[in-house]
Design a protein around this ligand. Sequence first.
Ligand code: 5RP
Length: 220
Amino acid sequence: MNQNQEKQNAALAALDYIQYECILGVGSGSTVTSLIQNLKKVKHNIKALVSSSEDTTDKLKHAGFVVDELSNVGSPDLYIDGADEVTRNFYMTKGGGGALTREKILVAASRKIICIVDSSKIVDVLGKYPLPIEVIPMAKSYISREIIRLGGQPELRHNFVTDNGNFILDVHNLTIVDPPQLEKQINNIAGVVTNGIFAIKPADVVLIGQSNGVLTLENR
Ligand code: 5RP
């Protein structure tokens, strides 16, 4: 498997969804970097762009795009992002790069969500990849204890502060059998800003890069 080729094929397939006058939300990570490298091809179809991280904003600006504030553009028509894991029923975990909160805001605000991944990201059950939780710094120990009560093993991400000035706990050893329920439960812990389960609002389309093309899953 050539993972980079698969990421690129997924990213290229996403370009077809960027139609005339599109207000586009752009995710974060290496698969999205591949999207940004090819975004000029559909520049004529982009009315406005909003970004999910400082890193993505820098890359978009470097590629010659103007990046707008979400508050100024209304609802994005489309949000395109990668994932750390995704199931065939369109649930995702995200936040490996630490941008989960802004990513979740853009998912919530957007009309259509497209997930672009290489084939290694497809799983039957979420949780093997450590689940990121963005936490208010003063709550990190309290939240860690609550997560242990849920059966997870939290680990503070070292030398890392999010774009919002918070910390990340990466939670190991979770088997996420009911993603929407666990997403709600973790979000209810005081001091949690966001967790990396994207199930209450899952993807509409998953584009899975293959070595010679792409497999499209549509959530109907
Ligand atoms: C960043 C993310 C990314 O989408 C996720 O980590 C996947 O990244 P990559 O495309 O590099 O595999 O959620 O916060």
